[in-house]
Design a protein around this ligand. Sequence first.
Ligand SMILES: [Fe+2]
Ligand SMILES: [Fe+2]
Length: 381
Amino acid sequence: MTESALWRGRNGEHYSDQIKRFVYQKQEGAFCGSLAHVLKPIPPKATVMGTSSPHQTGDLDSYEMLTRAPLYNLTCHFSDIPPNSPVRGAHRHISSPSLFCLAGKGWEWNDDETYLFESYDLLVVPPYTIHQHGGDRDIGCRIYVPQARTTDALGLMHREQIKFGEKPTFPDGTEPMYGEHGELVGYRLKKGVLGIEKDIEVRLGAEPNVEGAFQARRRMGPWAGLVENTYDRYLKLLHDEVDFCRKVTHAILYKDEPWERTQQGLLKWFVHPEISCAARRQWLYMQEIPPGSRSGKHLHMAEEQIFVLSGRGYDIHDGERWNWERGDLINIPPMTEHQHFSTDSENPTLLFCSMPSLNSDLGLGGIEQREAAPEYAESAP
Ligand SMILES: [Fe+2]
Ligand SMILES: [Fe+2]
């Protein structure tokens, strides 16, 4: 379908943007309202990288928003690395991934450095860094990867497969490609998949233009000139960004970040503007709710995606109840009043929460508190 066909009516009629906007918004709103707020994750399966799940609320590409949940920006996936697994593949993309260890322990290899992690630690990979992870040989690990589609909206979705997993599985509709000496060099997406009219080859290795741009950045030292005008600020910014990514930590450890008693409840932040790391697409935090208690009630412009690490209970979203338990994903649309309730009388509930960071840059990042968590209200003077 051509671009112009997409933007015309079914019979090729031309309508003004004003008309299209309201028609599409109305249709989209109705569709959003039909999507579930709590999901059971799609389980991991064998891929060219190792064992990973599909993206749970659509791929990182913007055309996959509003698939299984009423979310535009946020999605996530899981990687399983059982004990004694084959070595996973390595790849590189411009978007900077955050990897949260749900269970077990393992290692993360980024360009030429290895970082170790344990349960509830977060790994942050700077942009365009080759990354590969592995689990402890005896206990393995499980990784949760919260993500945002921001990078696609910026036209920066480049992705390069650097190495395949030790035992890659090629999905339906593809076939492996071998080089002169029988070595695996890539795979072919076959004609007919998603309507493509010719095979598409996905070859191992860097995309020269993207690699060239990033190599040029990385050769830069500190900014040595003066900053005499606004344009100079952008020239210096490039040097500062490169320097930041060179020095910044890749591991944010559970034990290093404090629990904060807040109006929303007990929170531990992994990514926010005051924590120095390369994860800029989302704010990430953990929340603990005591057995049988509840969070505060609040509303924000940002949508939110939450993985239930432990406990069970329900949410109220604009008056509607959504039950959840350990292992579920809670999806909260923008501008929705919400509150979490534990129905587990023995165990605390632990939630791992993600919100797009872009809202703050747009002047739409603030939170309106409508009710405080009971523990906070009781401790207030
Ligand atoms: Fe990745
Ligand atoms: Fe929230």
